[in-house]
Design a protein around this ligand. Structure first.
Ligand SMILES: *Cc1c(COP(=O)(O)O)cnc(C)c1O
Ligand SMILES: [Zn+2]
Length: 426
């Protein structure tokens, strides 16, 4: 356990993190920038002192800021406010969606957790704030990432705020808005002629070179810290429900990290005594253009076979998902399910959510809403139980997906006669 002294020299709460632990073989490592086990190449995860976690109280959290750092007592870094690299993401709206529930036949209560309401308009601000805070604490001055779009947006913005050198790598065929939303923060923006999986392989190789030796790659050498940021989406859901767990959650899957960490957050809240224990089921959402985890789930397999992604849900287009097996485990262990939906169903999902809730989601949100509908219709999700569906990104970033479907319903001359001819008045 490390004690931290804040900028004004008052002592602040210690980090509850004790080590990095291999999720495969259990080997432990110090809290440094490493993400794979030297024994078995398994992924490393932050391990905590459970007694320290158990001492955290609701009052302590509620006294914190209205952003993810209110959960600092449950995170590996950022206990000292002065140490944070942050745009202060989080505390996004949890919206009661009665009209959507009525259309889908959900009677147990339906909520949309709208995480597009973050500084760079996706849930990635949560993971980036935690990863870059860890990176700065470990002495890095340069940061980088491989991204399907939103991660690059967030890394570039956080680096601009903190004055870090950022190099972000993205597939060159991304949506134009995702490119502009990175480029505007003036990082080194590298468009790679290949898929996300190609980009990811390239950045792993670059991480081994002298030029990138002292760079923190948010989804590589500091990935264990990055991943912990996703837990805040689970914590927030429970706190906003009045410190209780929802019975069912529907979560999009790209690498599978977010889904795994929402499950981990609920487990930790129970262990820490911050919520009463109650069963929850985790459901996963993928697009038909990239559904390796769905395919493994449907076939009853533990191994996720890589695929070549296609389709409009580009932010979820990871063909070889690092946390796929762990996502499968969380879904099966909690009695959930995974579904996949076509591009047309994704467009319908975006339109349905917008029309019934006033929330304009990017394609990833369309995937999740369309999967929710499919899960209800197929009887896999219980409509009588309280359900939370996650919108993780902003519709303005993927306008092309829906632009052909919507537009002016009338076009008229600027006169009452014009309005009359269009049937708006008689
Ligand atoms: C990255 C991303 C996800 C999923 O992330 P994983 O943790 O890799 O599964 C979901 N939605 C959006 C909009 C994203 O950008
Ligand atoms: Zn190991």
């Amino acid at each position: 356990m490390t004690s931290v002294i804040s900028a004004d020299h008052t002592s602040v709460a210690p980090s509850p993190a004790t080590a990095l632990r291999c999720r495969n073989c259990g080997a432990t490592y110090p809290l440094i920038a490493v993400h794979a086990c030297a024994e078995c190449f398994g992924p490393l995860e932050v391990a905590y002192d459970e007694q320290v976690l158990a001492a955290v109280t609701r009052e302590q959290i509620e006294a914190g800021p209205h952003n993810i750092w209110r959960y600092a007592p449950l995170l590996p870094v950022g206990q000292d406010p002065a140490s944070r690299v942050t745009l202060d993401p989080g505390f996004t709206p949890l919206i009661r969606a009665d009209r959507l529930a009525a259309e889908l036949g959900i009677t147990g209560g339906l909520w949309v957790k709208d995480d597009s309401a973050n500084p760079t308009h996706s849930f990635k601000d949560r993971v980036v704030s935690v990863a870059l805070t860890a990176a700065k604490g470990l002495g890095f001055e340069a940061v980088a990432c491989a991204s399907t779009g939103n991660l690059a947006n967030s890394v570039a913005a956080h680096a601009a705020r903190a004055g870090l050198l950022a190099t972000v790598f993205v597939p060159s065929d991304l949506e134009p808005a995702k490119i502009v939303n990175s480029a505007v923060y003036a990082p080194r923006l590298v468009a790679v002629d290949g898929s996300y999986d190609d980009v990811n392989r390239l950045t792993s190789e670059l991480g081994e070179t002298d030029e990138f030796e002292s760079t923190a790659f948010v989804n590589q050498n500091v990935r264990p810290y990055y991943a912990e940021g996703s837990k805040t989406l689970g914590y927030e859901t429970a706190e906003q429900l009045g410190w209780r767990l929802p019975a069912q959650v529907v979560v999009p899957i790209a690498s599978g990290s977010l889904l795994t960490k929402i499950d981990k957050a609920f487990t930790e809240l129970v262990k820490a005594g911050l919520v009463d224990e109650s069963p929850w089921a985790v459901f996963g959402a993928q697009s038909a253009g990239c559904s390796p985890v769905y395919t493994a789930f449907a076939a009853g397999q533990d191994v996720v076979q890589p695929v070549k992604p296609t389709g409009i849900a580009k932010s979820l287009n990871i063909g070889n998902p690092a946390d796929g097996p762990y996502a499968l485990d969380a879904v099966r262990r909690t009695g959930g399910a995974i579904e996949s939906v076509t591009d047309d169903e994704i467009r319908d999902g975006i339109a349905l959510l917008a029309r019934t809730t006033g929330i304009f989601a990017e394609t990833a949100g369309g995937v999740t809403v369309a999967v929710l509908k499919k899960l209800v219709e197929s009887g896999q999700l219980d409509p009588a139980k309280e359900t939370v569906v996650y919108n993780t990104g902003e519709g303005l970033k993927t306008l092309d997906a829906i632009a052909d479907r919507v537009g002016p319903t009338h076009r008229i001359a600027p006169s009452l006669r014009g309005a009359r001819e269009a049937g708006l008045i008689s």
